[in-house]
Design a protein around this ligand. Sequence first.
Ligand code: UDP
Length: 368
Amino acid sequence: VVGAGFFGATFANRATRYGKKCLVIDKSDHLAGAAYDKIMYGNPVCQFGAHIFHTKSKAIWEFIQQFSEFNNYINKPKADTGDTIYSFPLNMMTFHQLWGVRTPKEAEMKLRDVRVPIENPKNAEEWILSQVGEEIYQKFIYGYTKKQWMREPKNLPVSIVKRLPIRLTWEENYFNTNYQGMPLDGYTKVVERMLEGSEVQLGVDYFSKDWKKVAKHIVYTGPVDRFFDYEHGELEYNTLRFEHKQMTGDYQGTAVMNHTSESVPYLRSVEHKYFYKLSHMEKHYTPDIKRWSTPSLVTFDYPVPYAEHREPYYPIRDDINSKLYNKYMELKKNLSHVTFGGRLGEYKYLDIDQTMASAIQKFRSVTA
Ligand code: UDP
């Protein structure tokens, strides 16, 4: 298994459970791939962007519980648009803050007025305009999306923004899923426990050796274009740089704040203690001078050009890259002894639960 992220760990877990012998290698010096976290100021802190576990699948929720207890954190981020902080994702509270509407019907009437009639929205911009109109597009989507993807939203696929809920209820949960929470001692521990029973070697580059003699079957979770030595050219990714800063007191009073204005260089600020201590659940605010001097770790996510910071995080599934990926798919088909998986191996914007489900399903098809 190449890569000790969630795909590799889930696959290895299933394989060892079914009596197979697994060697897991990873070129980095840590487990859990992009979900790698370590304890800082008493809480797990994701080093490469906050991950909030959420799933619609009862089976995946029950499966992951074997490896960790989860708390009941529910993600309710806020969007700082520069002048005003709004409830986000778009819900009745956002529409109320924007337009003063008080009922779903009033919101629907207003949306009917502002929607731009576009029959077949072909890109992210057209899709948002056709759903919620120009004002919301400008306030919440344009700047954020352009910062994150470093291209105009009209040059991005609809699928990117279709992830966002748009609700005519007061529900502020970011995810449309039944199950959600943070693993109490972090994602790295979850992966470590999943890999019990496998041999793990860190700091090992797959491309340094011919593994065919070592393994009957290879599970590859690295970038798919690298596997084929960039035969058809390089796929594009989008990347972020994370600045972890010690702030004091309650920096922002919530775990996740989106900064949607183009003039703020970071996308998100994440105050980690709110994922874990559930300090937002305090019954009464205690006026306490000490609270304002307690250290609190905040991470700022800065989009940076991939050419400068070659850490592939998000596959860019636009037309050009999709066509290129299809060529790699053709090459994959000829290799029955290799399974490709995960965000990089499948060149797909997968969440942790989807990654795990895909690993379980691919393990089944390999052993069928
Ligand atoms: N997005 C936006 N404004 C926001 C949050 C998200 O325009 O405040 C857009 C952006 O294009 C992003 C997409 O919606 O890529 C999906 O957001 P999500 O939070 O799912 O992205 P993730 O953080 O998981 O990469």
